[in-house]
Write a protein that binds this ligand. Structure first.
Ligand SMILES: Nc1ncnc2c1ncn2[C@@H]1O[C@H](COP(=O)(O)OP(=O)(O)O)[C@@H](O)[C@H]1O
Ligand SMILES: [Mg+2]
Length: 355
């Protein structure tokens, strides 16, 4: 079965570094997302795995076998791209069964796989429709069904939902994961959308300027980002302060931020005089001080109602803090200009060495 291993892959386009020493493994049946900003090498990586681009260095293993010299069509993979590539002159059924037809499968086999895919994608009622008659969401489902129909058990998805509008995109991402899990396939799904990456992955790979920054489950990546890059990139807005460790003992390190803001943090890996950057998620700042090592008084300066979350901008001395609060539908919203007490636990402050 298609366990995938990417080992020490590097790829340059002249002097442009697209991938640098990229290594990771994907287990059989796993749904992995690769996430990073535009231009960080995501598409290049997928193309190297698919065999469309030859790497400068490194190896690709599929099911334990080194496939560097195998052409794409012999690697047993299905590919789906952001730009939906359907044959415009073929209807949905013909598009989906194209692979099996070309491969010369028997009529019975073609009929069986065609029906199974149509069923799976809930497309049966549109099997006669041409791509131009289908919604974008349905077109992408058809492209997906076509990728699956050839019997590939490793799926490579390059921003498969990016061309769709938000409502369809969110709905389809769950359907996509569900289908892939139901069929027991292995999937590598590339996206620049951190929310999409987090919501559907078993594990996430964070890519930056051609290098793997870190790999982990969505919860690990979100709650314990090992790098400032991840902390800022994943999970939306983050409070970031630069500062210096001014005191340290076995229990706490005391940090003074650039604005003269004192913070107690966990001391592991820190030393006195160290220049650091701290990151705090908005939802980790509480509106009371109970049990928090850091407590402050602040003034509510801005209120943004974002639906399920209210975002407050709080001024504490000279520093601005963003707080995100979910509400219980009781419409109890803090007033502008109100002075409030806020708390921040040391364990929720992520500290990184300043680069
Ligand atoms: N065929 C190519 N020729 C030259 N440069 C390329 C080519 N493909 C990608 N690049 C460059 O490699 C880097 C990574 O690109 P890409 O893998 O497409 O990133 P992503 O998919 O994450 O947006 C970018 O700097 C891009 O401009
Ligand atoms: Mg890309």
């Amino acid at each position: 079965m298609p366990e995938l291993e990417v080992r020490n892959i590097s790829k340059y386009f002249d002097s442009i570094r697209a991938l640098e020493n990229v290594s990771f493994k994907v287990k059989d049946g796993e749904y992995v997302t690769i996430v990073g900003p535009s231009g960080c090498g995501k598409s290049t990586l997928l193309r190297v795995i698919a065999g469309i681009i030859k790497p400068d260095r490194g190896e690709i293993y599929i099911g334990g076998e080194q496939v560097n010299n195998k052409p794409p069509q012999e690697r047993g993979i299905g590919l789906v791209f952001q730009n939906i590539l359907l044959f415009p002159h073929m209807n949905a059924w013909e598009n989906i069964t194209y692979g099996p037809v070309v491969k010369g499968w028997s009529d019975r086999e073609i009929e069986r796989i065609g029906r199974e895919m149509m069923d799976l994608m809930k497309l049966t009622f549109r099997s006669d429709a041409y791509p131009s008659e289908l919604s974008m969401g349905m077109q992408q489902k058809t492209a997906l069904a076509r990728a699956l129909a050839s019997g590939s058990s490793l799926l490579l998805l390059d921003e498969p939902l990016s061309a769709l509008d938000t409502r369809v995109r969110v709905k389809l991402r769950y359907e996509l994961r569900e289908m892939i899990k139901e069929l027991g396939l292995t999937a590598i799904h590339v996206t620049h959308d951190q929310e999409e990456a987090m919501s559907i992955a078993d594990r996430m790979i964070i890519l930056r300027e051609g290098e793997v920054v870190e790999i982990g489950t969505p919860a690990q990546i979100y709650f314990k980002p090992r790098t400032l890059f991840t902390a800022e990139f994943i999970g939306g807005e983050c409070n970031i302060f630069e500062g210096e460790v001014i005191k340290i003992n076995n229990y706490f390190a005391e940090i003074e931020t650039e604005d003269g803001f004192p913070l107690k943090v966990k001391p592991h890996g820190l030393h006195k005089g160290m220049k650091i950057v701290v990151a705090v998620k908005p939802e980790h700042i509480t509106l009371n001080c109970g049990g928090a090592e850091n407590t402050f008084k602040g003034e509510v300066r801005e209120i943004d109602f974002l639906g399920s979350i209210i975002r407050y901008e709080i001024l504490v001395d000279k520093s601005k803090l963003f707080i995100g609060k979910t509400h219980r539908g009781n419409m109890k919203i803090l007033r502008l200009g109100k002075t409030i007490n806020i708390g921040l636990k040391a364990q929720n402050i992520h500290v990184y060495r300043k680069q």
